[in-house]
Design a protein around this ligand. Structure first.
Ligand SMILES: C[S@@+](CC[C@H](N)C(=O)[O-])C[C@H]1O[C@@H](n2cnc3c(N)ncnc32)[C@H](O)[C@@H]1O
Length: 249
């Protein structure tokens, strides 16, 4: 059961809200979370902590858009981790898509990225953000060609991809070490909805079985290796680590 209610704030969104609610059954009327369809977008609110603010996906003007314009381009650690080089744009399956930020960075650098997301609320937020970005006059054309979403469990979806991705990228939720007040407001709402991905270890063998060239796992710098498997190399950033498993078949 998802402790969430679906609300249409404007009449034009009533049908979409009803469709979404039907897919999320059963709902609880007094749920602490609400998915709210407003005029512009779909957003997640934590009703018992309104100060935390809403969570929604914005590839056009949000923080990821800023990073696309002013970030480190192909010199970024995530780009090096997936093997992006001049003339090499690997195809990527992001098997733990979340709010699609990492996937968007890779797509904006030229990768074709298929996102898998099992949490239906997160998948709904992602689908809305993707839809709006695909209509945008600046980024819409390449978004339509490079970013795709398949809702559902990665363990099943990875087996049924129908193609061999160069890279499978994993970033499962890890319990946060920082004091909760220090965690960004948006992340607190997201984390309290999704919780820790306690079954994450199983993703690594599943990813290694389908990736053509490498599997990349993003971890906080204080976390151990996923599935306790030592990677071939690690790329460290200020607070994260990209563990890279190169495939040799
Ligand atoms: C830490 S978030 C990913 C954040 C993402 N890298 C970003 O940049 O926005 C982890 C996400 O993976 C999803 N997830 C975890 N295990 C999964 C699985 N087996 N299949 C599909 N999605 C999964 C969770 O629901 C959660 O939304």
């Amino acid at each position: 059961m998802y402790p969430i209610q679906v609300i249409a704030e404007v009449p034009e969104r009533t049908a979409q809200a009803a469709e979404l609610a039907a897919g999320l059954q059963p709902l609880t009327a007094d749920a602490p979370f609400a998915l709210v369809w407003g005029e512009q977008h779909l957003e997640l609110r934590k009703l018992d902590e309104p100060k935390l603010g809403p969570v929604f996906v914005d590839f056009v003007e949000g923080a990821v858009a800023h990073r696309r314009k002013f970030g480190g381009g192909r010199g970024q650690s995530i780009a090096k981790a997936v093997g992006l080089k001049a003339g090499a744009n690997p195809t990527v399956v992001d098997a733990t898509a979340g709010l699609g930020r990492d996937a968007f960075v890779l797509a904006s650098l030229g990768c074709q990225v298929t996102m898998l997301e099992r949490h239906p609320v997160v998948a709904a937020l992602l689908a809305d953000g993707l839809h709006r970005a695909q209509q945008d006059s600046e980024i819409g054309s390449w978004m339509r060609e490079r970013m795709f979403l398949r809702p559902g469990s990665a363990l099943e979806n990875l087996r049924q991809l129908g193609f061999t991705p160069d890279v499978v990228y994993l970033d499962p939720m890890f319990p946060h070490r920082q004091k909760s007040a220090l965690v960004k407001k948006e992340m607190r709402v997201f984390q309290s909805l999704v919780g820790a991905d306690l079954d994450a270890d199983a993703l690594l063998p599943a990813a290694l079985a389908v990736a053509g060239k490498r599997v990349v796992v993003k971890r906080p710098d204080y976390a151990g290796y996923l599935n306790e498997m030592k990677p071939g190399m690690s790329i460290e950033t200020k607070s994260n680590r990209f563990d890279v498993y190169v495939i040799s078949r």
